[in-house]
Each structure stands twice: as structure tokens, then as C-alpha cells.
Write a protein that binds this ligand. Structure first.
Ligand code: NAP
Length: 426
């Protein structure tokens, strides 16, 4: 009996697409065959060093229809990125009965629900294991391995660029310098906003929330705070508090409510989230019955991401049925009850501490500690206030009040402090 062969049409021969061709060639899988590759500038792509892994009988094309309408393509592997025109192309593929494998987090976060419905209607696969945390199998791990639990919270580090920047700052680097290094190494874009301002991470958080919390969230409604205001002095104070700083993405379900936020947070050194360095990703799920599960590893890069893509292609070849649990559309709140860290830079004069305490008291926020390092001049004196738990919205009001004080030299910088022994189980 001859083995059934799954024929692959690849859209995009860039970092991940070319690595996928290499990983597929290395697998020597007899039941998976690359038949077509679509990319603009095909002649240029054929000279790519990884084009050597593309079998000679593969048809290269600059016309996407040559893949979408091909009789010799069973699964379209989309490794281009972006919402448009990709969404329309993948709809066409699904409509014509082809399965789809993609690494496209924006597409899955913003348009996933409708695409999953279309794939189910057509009886084909739509897999996206590489869309969150690259080579770390958090998507299949949550979808399959943890589907028996009731996950209450998902938190962690899903943007390798921010982790590279912040963990380098923890080791003494300056924000501007390390951002330049990240750009030089190809980790950060020329415009780093999607990474440092949290937009990339919140798209991934919404994908995880759909799977883990079964909550369908609009990414644009998740508050995202930039890491660009974190400075060396914050790491010095964080250390004094037994913490470090990471860009944390966190969503929690309490009954019908979901709270979610992305931003720099003070992370206790005892938390696994503090242990990830460089471009590593780490996701911690907290289940009602199973407790905490940690996923960690290389969140990006051609090879790790291509492994996740290849695993999805194998799942399609083996017709593996993923567990499909319904997700409900949920409004999200960014109002989190937590302790906060506020760093103030002031012109030192009598009464400043009383004025700051007064601003916090006005909104009912209790001070937990006040820290002040020696060795700074009176013109720009940095010090830190940590608070007892209060709502983010209350914190923001108190911070706005502090910002209006005459002696404030720059806008106050504030972050949530993660509490490690905050169980999700009930
Ligand atoms: N890189 C990672 O570590 C990583 C990790 C996880 C997920 N992902 C996701 O994987 C996907 C691919 O990322 P990547 O890093 O491989 O990107 P990339 O290196 O920029 O590759 C994209 C490829 O698609 C081609 N392309 C883009 N738009 C096109 C268009 N309109 N028509 C024809 N060809 C087009 C590009 O051609 P040109 O060379 O001509 O631009 C390039 O070859 C994205 O969704 C990304 O979010 C990437």
C-alpha cells in the first residue's frame, strides 16, 4: 500500500520560511512533500543560502494563486506575516479545502475566531503553534496537555526582544545602548514600538487567553505599558526589593471577568519569570486542579520557530484532531488589585515626602515602603515608594496627582509588583 503524501505550499521564504525548508529537508519525511513556494523576487530568493534545501522539483512563483489554486497543495504554510492581504489568501485556501499552518500572531489574535469557524466548517486544519513563544510548545501544550484543567491565569514573557533588553539592563546595560544592540542583532525592528510598547505581547496574550482561559479578547482593549521608561535606577531599587524587572503579560479569569495587562513589572527573584534571560520566553499557566505549569525556551529565531511549524505540518499529515473547547467573547479590564512601585525624581525640598504621601492618601492608597539611595544631588533626587495593594485605576489617579506637584522633575514611573504566592486555585 502506498503511503499518503501531504503536499505543502509555502507562502514566504524569509527567516522562518527558509528555516522551515531546511527543517523539512532534514526530517527526510517521506509523507510530506514541498511542492510550491510563493514569494516576491523569486530570483533573489533562489540565491538565499537556504534555497539549497529546496528540492529541484519545487515550483517557485510570484503569483499567490499558483499556490492557493494548485491541485498539488494540501496544506498552505503561511510564513509571511501581517493581516492583509494574508487573511484573504488564507480564507481562499480554507474555502478550497486546504489546511493552513501559520506562525502569524497578529492574524490569529485579531481574526482567529472567524478563521477557526471557517476551518471547522470546511473540515480542514488551521494550526498556529508557532504564533506564541516560537519554538516553545505552549500552544499545543495548553490546547492538548492542559485541556483537562480549568486554567485561571496565564502569565509570562512572550516577547524575546523586551526580555533581551531588560535582562541586559539587569546586568548593567543602558536602555538606549541595548536597544541599538538588539536592532543590530536583528531582534528589534528599526521602529521598536510593537515590541517595547507591548503591542506584540498583547496579541500573543490574547491567543493564550482564548486557549487557556477560553476567553475571546480584543487585543486593542488590553492595556499595554511601555518598557521604554524603565531605567538603570529601577533595577537598583528592584534589587533592593528582592526583585528584577521584566515585560510581563498576564491575564486572569475570576468568574466571568478577565483582567489583563502587559507591561514592565517588578518580579520577585523567587518567581520562575525572573529566571528567563536573553531572548528566552516563559509562560506560566495556573490551573485550578493542576497548579502551575511552566513552559520555557527559545521564543523566536528561524530554527526554533520552524520546528513549531514542522510539528504542526506533521499534525496535519497525521490528521491529529486538536481538542476544541469553545471560547466566549469577554470584555477585559486592566484594573488589577496589586501592590505598585512608583519611582519619583524630584527637586529635594522640605515637605516633598508629605506631599507625596498626601497624594496617595487622597485616593486611599497605603504606603508600604519608601526607599531612597544616597549619592544624588538635590536637583534630581530619585526615590521610590511601594504601595499596599490597590486598583490600577486608583494608582493612576494618585500618580497623576503626584505628577502635578511643583517639585516633580520628570513624570513618575510606576509598575505593578508581582506577588508570587498569589494562588490561582480556589
Ligand atoms: N522570526 C521569528 O523569530 C518569528 C517567531 C515567531 C513567529 N514569527 C512569525 O513568522 C512569520 C514570518 O516571520 P519572518 O521572521 O520569517 O519574516 P521575514 O523574514 O520578513 O519573512 C517574510 C517573507 O515573506 C515575504 N513577503 C512578505 N510580504 C510579501 C508579499 N506581500 N508578497 C510576497 N512575499 C512577501 C518576504 O519577502 P521579502 O524578503 O521580499 O521581504 C519574506 O521572504 C510572521 O508572521 C512572524 O510574526 C516569526
Amino acid at each position: 500500500m502506498s503511503e499518503k503524501v501531504l503536499r505543502v505550499g509555502l507562502l514566504g521564504f524569509g527567516t522562518v520560511g527558509s528555516s522551515f525548508a531546511e527543517v523539512l529537508a532534514a526530517s527526510q519525511a517521506k509523507d510530506i512533500q514541498l511542492t510550491r513556494i510563493f514569494n516576491r523576487g523569486v530570483q533573489r530568493k533562489k540565491t538565499h543560502d537556504k534555497a539549497q534545501f529546496v528540492p529541484a522539483n519545487v515550483a517557485w512563483t510570484e503569483r499567490v494563486e499558483d499556490v492557493l489554486e494548485a491541485g498539488d497543495v494540501d496544506v498552505v504554510v503561511e510564513l509571511m506575516g501581517g493581516l492583509d492581504p494574508v487573511e484573504g489568501w488564507l480564507r481562499a485556501a480554507l474555502n478550497s479545502g486546504k489546511s493552513v499552518v501559520t506562525a502569524n500572531k497578529q492574524l490569529i489574535a485579531y481574526r482567529g475566531a472567524a478563521l477557526f469557524a471557517l476551518a471547522a466548517e470546511k473540515g480542514v486544519h488551521l494550526l498556529y503553534g508557532a504564533a506564541v513563544a516560537g519554538g516553545v510548545p505552549v500552544i499545543p501544550g495548553v490546547a492538548q496537555g492542559l485541556s483537562g484543567d480549568q486554567i485561571k491565569r496565564v502569565s509570562g514573557i512572550v516577547n524575546g526582544t523586551c526580555n533581551f533588553i531588560l535582562s541586559s539592563m539587569e546586568a548593567g546595560a543602558d536602555y538606549g545602548e541595548v536597544l541599538k544592540t538588539a536592532q543590530g542583532l536583528g531582534y528589534a525592528e528599526a521602529n521598536p514600538s510593537a515590541d517595547v510598547d507591548g503591542f506584540d505581547a498583547r496579541a500573543k496574550l490574547c491567543i493564550l487567553s482564548r486557549l487557556a482561559l477560553r476567553a475571546e479578547i480584543d487585543p486593542d482593549t488590553v492595556p499595554a505599558q511601555t518598557i521604554s521608561t524603565v531605567s538603570a535606577i529601577d533595577f537598583a531599587y528592584a534589587k533592593e526589593l528582592g526583585c528584577t524587572i521584566r515585560q510581563v503579560s498576564r491575564a486572569q479569569k475570576d468568574g466571568d471577568k478577565v483582567t489583563a495587562r502587559v507591561g514592565p513589572m517588578l518580579v520577585p527573584m523567587t518567581s520562575p519569570i525572573a529566571w528567563s534571560h536573553g531572548t528566552q520566553n516563559m509562560v506560566v499557566t495556573s490551573g485550578r486542579f493542576g497548579g502551575d505549569v511552566v513552559f520555557s525556551g527559545h521564543g523566536a529565531g528561524g530554527h526554533p520557530t520552524a520546528v513549531a511549524v514542522m510539528s504542526d505540518v506533521l499534525a496535519v499529515a497525521h490528521d491529529s484532531s486538536p481538542v476544541r473547547l469553545p471560547a466566549r467573547k469577554v470584555a477585559v479590564s486592566g484594573d488589577v488589585m496589586a501592590p505598585y512601585y512608583i519611582r519619583l525624581v524630584v527637586m529635594d525640598k522640605p515637605g516633598i515626602i508629605a506631599a507625596i504621601a498626601g497624594a496617595l492618601a487622597k485616593f486611599g492608597v497605603n504606603i508600604d515602603s519608601i526607599l531612597q539611595k544616597r549619592g544624588y544631588g538635590t536637583e534630581r533626587l530619585p526615590f521610590v515608594v511601594t504601595t499596599e495593594p490597590c486598583l490600577t485605576s486608583t494608582m493612576e489617579q494618585a500618580v497623576a496627582e503626584m505628577a502635578s506637584l511643583d517639585s516633580m522633575v520628570e513624570p513618575p514611573m510606576w509598575m505593578q509588583i508581582l506577588v508570587v504566592d498569589d494562588p490561582a486555585t480556589d
